[in-house]
Design a protein. Structure first.
Length: 229
């Protein structure tokens, strides 16, 4: 496998690799799949956010013994999570637990058209802003953390990047459990200076249906027990 672009980061932790192997198995049911995705997402989140965020001081507080200490918070302050429906929902709680404070969670609904394998957006609740609207809820995030367990052909993630750029975000961090090499090549080129991609593992390619080989199957179907729908 050829080298990956510089804005792609693949987890090297042996526990991440072992958990992905467990997740691959067709014997792993919905409950364990959900747990494994949560655990893998937590590990990816520590790495991704450790690179994207930095601590800043914001006043002082007192310890239980009455000593002053500087309060540390994160910068940039304006961060949001953007899961891609459905399977991206499985990563939300893990990333929220990594962050020290609650952040907005916006949703993008996309599906792949079966013939062309191109993404179709059916839901978008990003708070599009106007020149006269400057509240925190409508101002574009400094960092949007895009969550999708799978990057297969890369078409869905690329479309999501375009949507977030159109909203006006300054930087995008993508967290995925598994990606194909070809999908990462595609996604990494959409906005090279503005996107960092963190994945648990990489498989060589996809099949005729756009599924990663050997992959994880359809994660949304596995999580919500809609296999064979």
């Amino acid at each position: 496998m050829s080298s990956l672009p510089s804005n792609v980061h693949v987890a090297q932790h042996p526990c991440v690799r072992a958990k992905i192997s467990q997740l691959r198995s067709q014997q792993t049911g919905a409950r364990d799949a959900k747990r494994l995705i949560h655990e893998i997402s937590s590990m990816l989140g520590y790495e991704a956010l450790g690179s994207a965020l930095k601590p800043t001081h914001q006043g002082t507080d007192q310890s239980p013994l009455g000593y002053d200490f500087p309060i540390e918070t994160i910068s940039p302050y304006h961060v949001s999570l953007v899961p891609i429906l459905r399977s991206g929902l499985s990563m939300v709680d893990a990333l929220l637990a990594v962050l020290p404070d609650p952040v907005p969670v916006f949703h993008l609904g996309m599906y792949r058209e079966k013939t062309t394998l191109q993404p179709v957006e059916y839901y978008n609740n990003l708070p599009y802003h106007s020149a006269t609207t400057t509240s925190q809820q409508t101002t574009p995030s400094d960092i949007a953390i895009l969550l999708d367990p799978i990057i297969a052909t890369g078409a869905t993630a690329s479309a999501a990047i375009d949507t977030l750029k159109d909203w006006g975000v300054k930087h995008i961090v993508i967290c995925s459990v598994l990606a194909s090499h070809e999908g990462l090549e595609k996604v990494s080129r959409v906005w090279e200076e503005g996107v960092q991609i963190w994945v648990g593992a990489v498989d060589p390619g996809t099949d005729a249906k756009g599924m990663i080989k050997p992959g994880l199957g359809d994660v949304g179907d596995r999580l919500f027990l809609t296999i064979g729908k």
